[in-house]
Design a protein around this ligand. Structure first.
Ligand code: GAL
Length: 348
């Protein structure tokens, strides 16, 4: 009996000395940040460049669309400089934005910024150009593969046989890869049947017309001016190619395809030195991007059209459709939409 008592007593004593386990008190979860309204949203808009005509439109129409929603836009332009674009976006993130909208100069270099933004609880929308190898929240653009498909369909209809020159866009821009994919998906059967030969195929650094001109000069020289069609990444590079054709007395004799429907491109179509371009309403794109950027910032559900793999994830994407423009459709497209004025396009 005595033994038992000692045992119980000792146990009680021991347990009394043991550190007490604090009853697991449920810590209240931190309050979710209050849901902001569109009027309180600050959009960080990081652009690569204003070098091409369209980007000035993107800037103006994006700001206009944001104003319509009452949202504020913090804008930075990187002038084609990757280090500057990273630094500028870092600054925007640290100064407090609710969502980051980015047009990357270099699809790969901006991946680090996506992670940085997420660390700060900020979602990222890739505008027109896709950031590669990063967990981008949303991609809003035109169907760039379709741009290439429409360019090549228009060219092969006019020139089903012969020697083609391909002047791609900037290799750092994933759009240039998507457009090229579209072009070569149409050219493939012609190439395989031997009807079409692509005698020159080069990217154009930074989409600069002077490089496109140099490449076109090299292609003409290498083929003794015996070229039948040119497909260029956009109107700026098409313009460079046409300068080279002009210098060789070939402008207007060799069909040339471009993109963007910028004023000079459309005027070249009227004068006959360029054949087609692709019209992408910047109004539609900027409206859509602002609407969805605000939804991202507020945490509202977004219905994507499809997912596009950017090397890391399948990015939810919303793609608009480009429209082919040739001499017969200028009025019903770019003029009807007020993208260009009749008098600007047809002025002598
Ligand atoms: C692309 C864009 C084109 C073009 C180009 C040059 O990403 O989709 O419209 O103009 O950049 O800036």
């Amino acid at each position: 009996m005595k033994k038992w008592l000692i045992l119980i007593y000792t146990t009680l004593l021991l347990t009394a000395c043991l550190p007490r386990e604090e009853a697991a008190v449920e810590k209240p979860l931190p309050e979710p940040p209050p849901v902001k309204s569109a009027e309180e949203i600050k959009i960080g808009f990081s652009m690569d460049t204003l070098k091409e005509e369209r980007w000035t439109k993107d800037l103006e129409l994006f700001k206009e669309a944001a104003e319509q929603h009452g949202a504020e836009v913090v804008l930075e332009i990187a002038d084609g400089d990757d280090v500057k674009q990273v630094w500028q976006t870092e600054k925007m993130i640290s100064e407090g934005i609710d969502v980051l909208v980015v047009v990357p100069h270099n699809a790969e270099s901006m991946a680090a910024i996506v992670e940085r933004a997420h660390d700060a609880g900020i979602k990222v929308l890739s505008y027109d150009r896709l950031v590669r190898n990063a967990e981008v929240d949303l991609y809003v653009s035109y169907d760039n593969e379709q741009v290439g498909i429409l360019q090549a369909q228009a060219m092969t209809k006019l020139v089903p046989k012969g020697k083609y020159v391909y002047l791609g866009g900037a290799e750092t821009d994933y759009n240039a890869h998507l457009i090229k994919q579209g072009v070569f998906s149409v050219l493939k059967p012609y190439i395989e049947s031997g009807e079409i030969t692509v005698v020159f195929n080069q990217w154009t650094k930074d989409w600069l017309p002077q490089y496109a001109k140099e490449n076109m000069e090299a292609a003409l020289q290498a083929n003794n001016d015996d070229i039948d069609a040119v497909i260029a990444g956009n109107d700026a590079t098409a313009g460079g190619a046409i300068d080279a054709l002009q210098a060789n007395g070939l402008a207007g004799k060799i069909p040339v395809a471009g993109q963007d429907a910028d004023l000079l491109g459309v005027r070249r179509i009227v004068e006959g030195t360029q054949t087609v371009t692709m019209y992408k309403s910047i109004d539609d794109l900027s409206q859509k991007a602002v609407e969805l950027a605000i939804k991202l910032a507020i945490g509202e559900e977004i219905q994507e059209d499809l997912k596009i793999n950017n090397g890391k994830i399948n990015v939810p994407s919303v793609l608009l459709s480009p429209v082919l423009v040739d001499e017969s459709t200028i009025r019903e497209t770019v003029i009807a939409d007020g993208f260009h004025l009749e008098k600007e396009v047809y002025a002598p």
